[in-house]
Design a protein around this ligand. Structure first.
Ligand code: OGA
Ligand code: NI
Length: 362
């Protein structure tokens, strides 16, 4: 291929990208128009596609932890389970977490309803700026990535400053506010268990404001007509302390465990918890922030998932490994940095799985 062909291809891609972005339709809009083959913008490179082979079922690789005994004499065994999952897998599911099933169901239902509104209602808030605290877009990294993914997202700022309530789409407003309450309660419980799992006091992570900066993303993965040519969400680690994820029963989320991709099989009533880069750093590599991805959805039924990313609200404070976890045997593996420095770097890169964490190694 000559230089001019390559230039021409880049030009065509840029045109396609601009058209897609300016249409404000999102991927669901394309599907609704009856599209049967993917625009080239969405076709991923062979290095990615060759890893999409079906996985061997490994039902026990993602631990399921029962939180019902957290307030009893059995708390130490729950702490041990959470600590082991965070060290060995970086992902776990929780059951008996205290969030009523009706709340889980209606939160999924209203996020689905948002994405299934008439296109004009969504186009009105299609944007990448977060001034109002609410945005609808397709692909967070659309403008930086080599290939786009088969997913649309509604993003809402939950804290420390809640989005303008009037801006939160009415179809999901009350439920999003309710979800915010539930996440704060459960998040506090989980941060307590994770702190204790490191041998620190239960309040340690929360005292560092790690639950105060909360962003919710309501993802919609429409039916994909060619699921072996693209993905729903590219492999990445979360640049956060922890992520709480509610998924419906469709499936498609996978986690890297050793050299293998394993499915996070949906369990009715469960929530998924994963360790982010910031907690890996704070724990001085005790806890693992691992690569995960979502396959393009081959099912006619759309997939909906809702993630809440929890981070420190104190953006200019310096974060790094806890001094309690640093010793001559285990020197600090990372340097100190501010959260605002970290996020600046995140937003100027592609979600590419090579986590930012490498940048901060000591
Ligand atoms: C994310 C994420 C998984 C999912 O939003 O960072 O990993 O199942 N989502 O949507
Ligand atoms: Ni993620």
């Amino acid at each position: 291929m000559g230089v001019t062909d390559t230039t021409q291809q880049a030009f065509n891609r840029a045109q396609e990208l601009k058209q897609f972005e300016e249409s404000k339709l999102g991927v669901k809009g394309l599907v609704d128009y009856g599209l049967t083959s993917l625009p080239s913008l969405f076709v991923h490179p062979p290095e990615t596609l060759s890893t999409l082979k079906p996985t061997r079922p490994r039902p026990d690789s993602i631990p399921t932890i029962d939180l019902s005994c957290c307030d009893s004499f059995q708390r130490p065994s729950v702490v041990a389970e959470v600590g082991r999952a965070a060290r060995e897998v970086g992902f776990f599911q929780v059951i008996n977490h205290g969030v009523p099933t009706e709340v889980l169901d209606r939160t999924i239902a209203v996020v689905k309803a948002f994405h299934e509104q008439p296109m004009e209602a969504k186009a009105r808030i299609y944007r990448r700026e977060m001034e109002t605290g609410v945005a609808f877009f397709s692909n967070l990294d659309l403008l930086h990535s080599k290939a786009a993914s088969w997913r649309d997202t509604l993003q809402i700022m939950l804290g420390p400053k809640l989005a303008d309530v009037e801006e939160i789409p009415e179809v999901c407003r009350n439920e999003v506010l309710e979800w915010n309450q539930q996440v704060q309660r459960l998040g506090s419980l989980l941060l307590g268990l994770l702190s204790e799992g490191l041998g620190l006091s239960a309040g340690k992570l929360q005292e560092l404001t790690c639950l105060e900066n909360r962003v919710m993303v309501g993802h919609y993965y429409p039916y994909c007509p060619q699921p072996d040519l693209t993905v729903g969400l590219t492999s990445h680690t979360d640049p956060v302390v922890i992520t709480l994820l509610l998924q419906d029963q469709i499936g498609g989320l996978q986690v890297k465990h050793g050299d293998e991709w394993v499915d996070v099989v949906p369990i009715p009533g469960a929530l998924v918890v994963n360790i982010g880069d910031i907690l890996q750093i704070m724990s001085n590599n005790e806890y693992k922030s691992v690569d995960h991805r979502v396959l393009a959805n081959p099912s006619r039924e759309p997939r909906v998932s809702i993630a809440v990313f929890c981070n420190p609200s104190d953006q200019e404070n310096e974060y790094g490994p806890f001094p309690e976890l640093v010793s001559s045997d285990k020197p600090a593996a990372f340097r100190q940095f501010t959260f605002s420095e970290y996020m600046r770097r995140f937003f100027t890169k592609e979600l590419d799985g090579k986590s930012l964490i490498n940048y901060y190694r000591a």
